[in-house]
Design a protein around this ligand. Structure first.
Ligand SMILES: Nc1nc2c(c(=O)[nH]1)N[C@H]1C(S)=C(S)[C@@H](COP(=O)(O)OP(=O)(O)OC[C@H]3O[C@@H](n4cnc5c(=O)[nH]c(N)nc54)[C@H](O)[C@@H]3O)O[C@H]1N2
Ligand SMILES: Nc1nc2c(c(=O)[nH]1)N[C@H]1C(S)=C(S)[C@@H](COP(=O)(O)OP(=O)(O)OC[C@H]3O[C@@H](n4cnc5c(=O)[nH]c(N)nc54)[C@H](O)[C@@H]3O)O[C@H]1N2
Ligand SMILES: [Mo]
Length: 777
């Protein structure tokens, strides 16, 4: 053994928050160095090196004590409370393999639920794909549909314009906007903190530079948002505060202005859209006696009606991009603001013109305003799932609490399956799901819950079987994203920490226990698959005219860059030019301002065109309210969702160890709350502590907490207990957007806040849970 310090070695890797290199010495990751070509690297890169060796790493396979003793007859309310027993990998996989076999024999493959989420960058070690491949090898599992990010959009946008491109790209690029757009109207803003992220990774954070270019090019910005800092100050944008959840009303007010002032693109509506007449009648109030004027809208949203009229007139006069952030549809009836914005854009008539029309999510991730060539990424084949049953992902608690119950979804009458085993791999259920106290009750239903994780997340702490997996720094992989031009090597920097194993090896061993190892591995190990999926994708790219280096050359260089397309992409340009030759994939081939299909679903309050529906929780309801503040739960600035929350970057952003809550100084003064106080945030669904930050950038009546603090209830195992750390999902509601998309409604949430004068309880979440060292199997 030598004590001399090695010179740190630099190892290339990457993450959802950017490419970087790990400085490695003496078997440890010392620090992160951002990619040398990144002009604006994310501070989040500093978090993983510290977290790789953190006290919350899972050291070896673990089994909940009572589950180890009594298997599926164990007391399931002990999840989150019981201690764990460390076991060998063989013991854990023997037990899990037997359990999967038993459940399959007794209940069929419909009893398996695969839970996942953002996981890490890396195309080979993609937990969701590997888990699907494993379950497909053993006869299938149910699957989830829609997502948390843009679930409502994923159903409504294709109904109206026949494609998901307006949400997932290609959008009109920043370059095209700089060249053509005069006015950019945003509902929900373009917060720079979100543009640190790209699903799958990114080479260059260029959004800030691009936005500055737009300013130089003279693009005028106006944004409707409850929060001023949803736009960088350097953009000189006009901030128009509005009550959360009222965007649809403002859009309707703009539409009515176009109509009443004769500013409609009548020819475009007649040639390229269907059903404007029904919408027109609604705007004029023919059915309900309420014209949707700018005055009407201003009264609902708390916006000066003259501002609504001015922006409508300007949109009709100048080349205008209309945009909405994904957050706007993460609310009750979240389908409506997106549908309304598409209808409004059709009335302005610039859809298909350069720099005009509409686009969703410019402020969601870095790459959406970029111009990237669509090259299929290296991907593990998942195989075929013989089980047909799917569940909208945000309905997971409904599913657990109501097996066999029927529900409406996008024109179908569906039935919740009876799930007996949940396998969580790459997601944090106690982050992604709303109304955690309700989830805790549902969580007691499955007979077996398996969680594969690198860290003791709140979800891992509520599993029966815990499988420790490697982090990206402990395995070889290739990173790539549909929203970026770089493919990058993710080189193994250190040996696996503790007994952590790669997911692909875990599933291979589990498949062997169920007699389908060959179907899962096809005779390849991780290293062989890595080269195989890269070379397969390279062939496909070549067929599309894109040359990529051979694997060895790629690996030695550390990355490659795919040149952007030469021609500027103009969404809907072909459709605009020649509708007959390039129809939309909608029933009419046109933009469906009125959708006969949706009207035919017969859902209450859904006439088949965009409508304003008063939310069940918002600032506009009359009378005194027990919970008078609207809570927004944004994506966090200092981390990605819940990832690396115990790490240094996220901890530095806390207030007295709690998640910050932003509150307007007037609302704070009315409650005797000072900056830096610990407060209790509560409603009928739950309560958590938070650290108060007085923020004049927030409109009165609105408070804001980021998502992602690891859930840390003072009485684990008791639904309803105070969360000491500040996970706002104890407060948010778990009701679908509407029967159309059944997606998440996190942003529809009222709360009250009070100063918390008692000594705040110590956090438990920054250490591993209780582990019994005796009786090791
Ligand atoms: N209130 C509220 N709630 C929200 C939202 C909101 O706006 N408001 N936003 C929603 C949205 S848009 C999203 S996308 C979801 C995100 O929800 P999630 O995707 O569940 O959140 P993450 O924290 O990214 O969880 C990923 C987990 O995967 C683990 N992981 C990383 N790499 C690996 C791996 O290789 N193998 C395995 N097995 N695990 C790995 C990480 O440690 C982490 O715990 O949250 C949703 N929840
Ligand atoms: N740093 C960081 N970046 C991220 C993520 C992360 O976890 N961390 N997560 C990524 C993921 S998975 C996703 S899906 C995207 C999400 O991207 P978005 O959904 O756009 O992000 P949010 O932060 O939830 O919301 C953006 C802004 O919308 C405003 N807003 C909220 N409610 C309303 C409303 O009713 N009306 C209007 N007009 N505005 C409203 C809020 O003020 C908020 O600041 O972000 C991605 N980027
Ligand atoms: Mo998301």
């Amino acid at each position: 053994m030598s004590n001399t310090l090695e010179e740190p070695r630099l190892v290339r890797t990457g993450s959802h928050w950017g490419m970087w290199s790990a400085a490695v010495g003496n078997g440890r990751v010392l620090e992160a160095r951002p990619f040398e070509r990144d002009p604006d690297p994310s501070p989040i890169v500093a978090a993983l090196p510290a977290m790789v060796h953190h006290a919350t790493r899972i050291a070896q396979p673990m089994i909940r004590l009572d589950y180890l003793k009594r298997r599926e007859r164990s007391d399931r309310s002990g999840r989150g409370r019981d201690p764990y027993v460390p076991v060998t990998w063989d013991a854990a996989l023997d037990l899990l393999g037997a359990e999967i076999g038993r459940i399959r024999a007794q209940h069929g493959n419909e009893a398996f639920y695969p839970g996942s989420g953002w996981a890490s960058a890396g195309r080979l070690h993609n937990p969701k794909t590997l888990m699907s491949r494993f379950f497909n090898a053993v006869g299938g599992s149910i699957d989830t549909v829609t997502n948390y990010s843009f679930g409502a959009a994923s159903v409504i946008v294709p109904h109206i314009v026949g494609s998901m491109a307006p949400v997932v790209g290609p959008l009109a690029s920043w370059a095209a906007i700089a060249r053509h757009t005069r006015l950019f109207v945003a509902f929900g803003g373009i917060p720079l903190k979100n543009l640190q992220i790209n699903q799958g990774g990114l080479g260059r954070h260029d959004a800030r530079q691009w936005l500055a270019r737009l300013r130089e090019a003279g693009v005028a910005f106006a944004y409707f948002s409850p929060q001023k800092d949803d736009f960088g100050d350097f953009l000189g944008a006009e901030w128009i505060p509005l009550k959360p959840g009222t965007d649809t009303a403002v859009m309707l007010g703009m539409a009515h202005t176009l109509l009443s002032e004769g500013l409609l693109a009548r020819a475009f509506l007649a040639s390229h859209c269907v059903g404007f007449e029904a919408f027109e009648a609604y705007l004029l109030g023919r059915g309900d006696g309420r014209a949707k004027t700018a005055d009407w809208a201003g009264g609902i949203a708390g916006v000066d009606p003259e501002t609504i009229r001015r922006l409508a007139r300007r949109a009709a006069a100048d080349r205008t991009m209309l945009s909405a952030s994904w957050s706007v549809q993460r609310a009750e009836n979240g389908e409506q603001p997106f549908w309304t914005l598409m209808a409004l854009a059709a009335m302005v008539g610039q859809i298909g013109l350069p720099g005009g029309g509409f686009g969703f999510g410019y402020g969601a991730i870095n790459g959406l305003g970029g111009a990237h060539r669509a090259v299929p990424l290296p991907t593990m084949p998942a195989g075929k799932n013989p089980v047909r049953t799917v569940v909208p992902v945000a309905r997971v608690t409904d599913m657990l609490l109501n097996p066999g119950a029927e529900y409406d979804f996008n024109g179908t009458r569906a039935r919740y399956p009876d799930v007996r085993l949940m396998y969580w791999c790459g997601g944090n259920a106690f982050h992604q799901q709303q109304d955690i106290n309700r989830l805790l009750r549902g969580w007691q239903k499955p007979e077996t819950i398996v969680v594969a994780e690198a860290w003791w997340t709140p979800t891992a702490r509520r599993a029966d079987i815990v499988l420790p997996v490697t982090t990206t720094l402990e395995r070889n992989d290739v990173g790539a994203s549909a929203f970026d031009s770089f493919w990058f090597a993710m080189e193994k920097a250190i040996d696996p920490v503790g007994q952590a194993r790669d997911e692909i090896a875990i599933f291979a061993d589990l498949a062997a226990r169920l007699g389908c190892e060959q179907a899962f591995t096809e005779g390849r190990d991780g290293g062989a698959w890595l080269e195989h999926i890269y070379m397969t994708a390279r062939e496909v790219a070549r067929a599309k005219g894109v040359e990529l280096p051979a694997f060895d050359e790629f690996w030695a260089r550390g990355y490659c860059e795919i040149a952007p397309p030469e021609a500027e992409h103009v969404p809907f340009a072909e459709f605009r030019r020649d509708r007959a030759a390039h129809p939309l994939r909608t029933p009419s081939g046109r933009i469906e301002i009125f959708s006969a299909k949706i009207a035919g679903f017969g859902y209450a309050g859904q006439p088949g065109h965009p409508v304003w529906i008063e939310p069940s929780e918002w600032l506009g309801a009359p009378g005194a309210r027990a919970y008078p503040l609207h809570l927004l739960t944004n994506q966090p600035k200092a981390r990605l969702h819940s990832q690396l929350d115990p790490g240094p970057v996220s901890r530095a952003a806390k207030i007295r160890e709690r998640e910050p809550i932003l509150i307007n100084p007037d609302d704070a003064a009315a409650r005797n709350i000072r900056d830096g106080d610990v407060v209790r945030v509560f409603n009928a669904r739950g309560a958590c502590l938070a650290g108060a930050r007085l923020a004049p950038t927030l409109m009165r009546g609105v408070v804001q907490m980021a998502t992602g603090a690891w859930f840390d209830p003072v009485e684990p195992g008791s639904p309803g207990a105070l969360d000491a750390h500040g996970n706002p999902n104890v407060l948010t509601r778990d009701v679908g957007t509407s029967p159309i998309a059944q997606s998440s409604t996190a942003q529809t949430c009222l709360v009250e806040v009070e100063r918390y004068d008692a000594a705040p309880p110590a956090l438990t979440i920054l250490e591993a849970p209780a582990i019994l060292r005796v009786g090791t199997a």
